[in-house]
Design a protein around this ligand. Sequence first.
Ligand code: MTE
Length: 346
Amino acid sequence: MAFIRTSRHLLHPDSGFTLPEHEVTPRGVYEDRRSLLKGLAGAASLAATGLLSHGEAHAQANNPSPSGLAPRPGKLAALPATRSTVPGAQAIDKLTPYSDVTTYNNFYEFGTGKSDPAVNAHTLKPRPWTLVVDGEVNKPQRLGLDDLLKLAPMEERIYRLRCVEGWSMVIPWVGYSLANLIKRAEPTGNAKYVEFVTLADAKQMPGVRSSVLDWPYVEGLRLDEAMHPLTLMAFGLYGEVLPNQNGAPLRLVVPWKYGFKSAKSIVRIRLIDKPNTPSWVKAAPQEYGYFSNVNPKVDHPRWSQATERRIGDGGFFTPKKPTLMFNGYEAQVGQLYAGMDLRKFF
Ligand code: MTE
């Protein structure tokens, strides 16, 4: 079971693990995925020609996805936002094309292949949706999506997303600081940590019938991390509501941590006095830690974290980029970890 649980890494070419895909995947599935990936590779290299400015990338996003898998930009509801003034939310890197952001995903509730969520997540129903905020709070909340969308002004924030597998993207998210939501519930003095619980409905999510993870997918943050202005409750990307495969209708984005901390399709936020056990820590405690801050000096037990491959940036022959401490957000979040041994507290 441990073998299957870590299969996302075994299947990923950047993981440094050399087992060929056809040895860990049933033949039919493997061949299907190969032909799908061929189409995606073409789309990605087309989209990656030249440097795009912010505006150009948005214009590009209005073209239909060449792969045909992503929802056509312009087809999802617009989610207007103003540019964020939160320090660190205006990354200068080139944006990852919409077609890559929405077809190269990790969302195991819809399968473990990178293109599975784009293919399968049409069964997710983002409306109606209810989010509960409870636990160590004075004012527990039960909020519908319309209330959540109105709770604070929507901001566009451009963040780097660094997956623990060694790839990264630059995504213009739309949302607001999670702190807005938590403050509304008035945490008690006992609230020290926050648990994020995501949807696990086999009727909508075929992947939860598999035992690849112990469902629901859960994550956790220390309360001060959750209250940091960069910690984003995201409702959209590229100016539109989130496509299902990116975690509709609301997800977390914690840009200085490995991508698995950014839980998708959240249904409950629980304030607690002790740390919970996040899904990947439970599945493979020898490989994943509670904090999981991006750190180029602390390697994954099976591969280096010193560099990363920027998705949509020219494919496997393009040199990898150096990974930055705290994913480039050290100036904003470094003080949260003052005095901590970052090797010990992975
Ligand atoms: N959230 C849920 N519910 N299920 C998942 O499998 N995968 C995580 C994270 N959130 C995951 C999840 C991982 S490993 C990553 S890297 C990011 O989502 C990927 O987000 P993206 O597909 O929007 O790039």
